[in-house]
Design a protein around this ligand. Structure first.
Ligand code: HEM
Length: 339
């Protein structure tokens, strides 16, 4: 038993000979492709094309390949095909993780998590169609599904990001016991909550478009408005609080004077928080045109991924130092600086 524990720990902490830039490049490509599929999913929602295949799944209007499709059908059907390819990409990561990395290795765990999460993602998407929570459905069940869909998407992106990170040979990190853990948890939780509230706001905006900024605000404040409109005001409020929490986390990390990859991701996270807050405001002023919704979602994904990488690097360095492995920590820093 003790030998097994040691073997697993060794697999988690030794430098990786199985890692290579080639498989890491493939993993980054899978991540980039998944982001495109997510954006296309938002396009399906924003254009009200979710019922393009009727309430049929996995067939489209009862056909495997739709003949004489309408524009709506094409949009929905292409989302299904592209998500199917995303699933194949993630299965490719799983295959590589098991082929290249030893038993108990963190790269394998991240690839397994990515696989489970892409299946739950497909399940939620199928649920939306089968329960007819699409097009102009304005039920709370739909809002719940949309929030869960966004939460699952963020977890999926985190799992694929960590697969990329570890396919390239990056070290393990440890959350428990890390002095950063409290603020890191608050930042991850806050951005997750902001994202979920954003998905609900997006649904409110799609179903009840405002004719002007003033009309939108009147809708938000009217006691007779639909609950989805009342909920959408919370998104900017949560975003400002969440943004401040993340900026504080970055300040904490910077104070500790971390070496290069940490500094790079800290700058990226800081910039993305500020740009995203501005993009959110612009989105509202422009009355949420589809292109701006896609930009806003792309920035949300970029911020989330950068936060995951920032924490993965920052906590890895602390882990080596906290274990009393001063030379290990120094070697880690040197290798990061030259990276
Ligand atoms: C850290 C900051 C923010 C993050 C991470 C964030 C994230 C998100 C996400 C994930 C969505 C759902 C997109 C979709 O499913 O299509 C969304 C929607 C939305 N957000 Fe934000 N947001 C932030 C800040 C803001 C701010 C400050 C405002 C307004 C002042 C805002 C206004 C909106 C609006 C109006 C929508 C609905 C339209 C759309 O889908 O784009 N956001 N946000």
């Amino acid at each position: 038993m003790a030998a097994r524990v040691c073997a697993v720990r060794d697999a988690a902490s030794t430098p990786d000979r199985s890692a290579s830039p080639r498989i890491q490049r493939f993993a980054w490509a899978v991540l980039a492709y998944n982001i495109l599929v997510i954006l296309w999913g938002a396009y399906v929602r924003a254009t009200g094309s979710g019922a393009g295949c009727g309430s049929h799944w996995p067939t489209c209007n009862g056909e495997i390949i739709p003949r004489q499709p309408s524009l709506e059908t094409l949009v929905e059907f292409s989302h299904r095909i592209t998500s199917g390819l995303a699933l194949l990409g993630v299965l490719g990561l799983l295959f590589l993780a098991y082929r290249r990395f030893p038993k108990g290795h963190r790269a394998r765990s991240a690839a397994v998590a990515s696989t489970i999460l892409i299946f739950t993602e497909a399940g939620i998407g199928a649920g939306l169609v089968l329960f007819e929570l699409v097009a102009d459905n304005e039920s709370m069940a739909r809002a719940l599904f949309m929030g869960t869909h966004l939460g699952n998407t963020f977890l999926l992106l985190a799992a694929i990001t960590l697969t990329c990170h570890w396919f390239g040979g990056a070290p393990a990190f440890r959350w428990r016991g890390d002095p950063l853990a409290k603020w890191a948890g608050a930042a991850v939780g806050a951005i997750m909550l902001v994202g979920i509230s954003g998905a609900v706001a997006a649904l409110g905006d799609t179903l009840y478009p405002a004719e002007s900024l003033l009309h939108g605000l009147q809708q938000d404040l009217s006691p007779t408005s639909h609950v989805l409109i009342k909920l959408r005001v919370w998104h900017p409020v949560l975003a400002i609080v969440g943004g401040l929490v993340v900026l504080h986390l970055v300040a904490e990390i910077r104070r500790a004077k971390r070496p290069q990859p940490v500094r790079r991701w800290a700058t990226a996270v800081n910039l993305l928080v500020i740009v995203q807050l501005a993009a959110g405001a612009l989105n509202m002023v422009l009355l949420v045109p589809v292109w701006m919704q896609l930009v806003h979602l792309a920035l949300a994904d970029a911020l989330w991924i950068s936060l995951v990488l920032l924490l993965a690097w920052a906590m890895a360095i602390r882990e080596a130092a906290d274990d009393g492995d001063v030379t290990g920590a120094a070697a880690l820093r040197a290798s990061y600086d030259s990276a």
